[in-house]
Design a protein around this ligand. Structure first.
Ligand SMILES: Cc1cc2nc3c(=O)[nH]c(=O)nc-3n(C[C@H](O)[C@H](O)[C@H](O)COP(=O)(O)O)c2cc1C
Length: 216
């Protein structure tokens, strides 16, 4: 059955949970993000650390969801396969946008900046904390490549599992590690009535964060 126009038109939500003032936002976007992230954690949002990562693929946009795993200085860190499509895109064009959506709080956060690989030691440290199954998955999966079947993937997983019996350390593969987005722009969005939402943008000017209100 096809989707009727009414079904879409009736999806009209009025946002009314909060407000955001450029005068009351934290002096730095990282502080503001941490305050909102703590609220997202308390609000029982599923995977509040999931965000849409947008990259550039030979001039075209490319987006997918990854997980925020901490800060390095002012920038959010995520982990992935360096040889995956996103990994290759970030190597060629090291710029990205991150979009967090916390609908139960009627909030969105956008971050834009340059992307760098984190240090080998940070990637090693984080890899060592991952559950064993995720470590094996990272070694076994050629992320983004065409595979012949699910069975083929399971076979690769089993081979790696046999190579590293329980109790042995699985070293981080060189093709897997962290990226940090070094932000130049952050935007905090709070939904309001009548689509007159609050938007506060922080942009970096001469090493200092400037806060401005944007029209919704
Ligand atoms: C909730 C969620 C969390 C995810 N977290 C990650 C992640 O932290 N790192 C990652 O490489 N892929 C993650 N993925 C998978 C990516 O969305 C994507 O399928 C994969 O990284 C391949 O992307 P690429 O082909 O553009 O390189 C996640 C997907 C979802 C839905």
């Amino acid at each position: 059955m096809s989707l009727s126009r009414e079904e879409l038109q009736n999806l009209r939500k009025s946002y009314k949970l909060g407000e955001l003032s450029e005068h009351h936002c934290a002096p730095t976007p990282k502080f503001q993000f941490e305050a909102w992230f703590k609220e997202a954690l308390k609000s029982e949002i599923d995977e509040p650390n999931a965000f849409t990562l947008s990259t550039i693929n030979k001039g075209f946009p490319s987006a997918r969801v990854v997980l925020f795993k901490g800060f390095q200085e002012e920038g959010p860190v995520f982990y992935s396969n360096y040889e995956s499509p996103k990994g290759q895109q970030l190597t060629t064009t090291p710029f990205a946008a991150a979009t967090f959506l916390w609908l139960p709080l009627e909030r969105q956060v956008r971050i834009e900046g340059r992307v760098e690989k984190v240090s080998v030691s940070l990637s090693d440290e984080y890899f060592a904390t991952r559950p064993r199954g995720s470590q094996i998955g990272a070694v076994a999966s050629p992320q983004g490549q065409v595979v012949s079947s699910r069975e083929d993937l399971e076979k690769r997983f089993a081979e790696i599992e046999n190579r590293y019996p329980k109790g042995t350390i699985i070293p981080r593969p060189a093709h897997w590690g962290g990226f940090v987005i070094v932000p130049t722009v952050w935007e905090f969005w709070q939904g309001r009535r009548n689509r007159l939402h609050d938007r506060v943008r922080y942009s970096l000017k001469d090493g200092a964060w400037i806060k401005e209100r944007l029209a919704p």
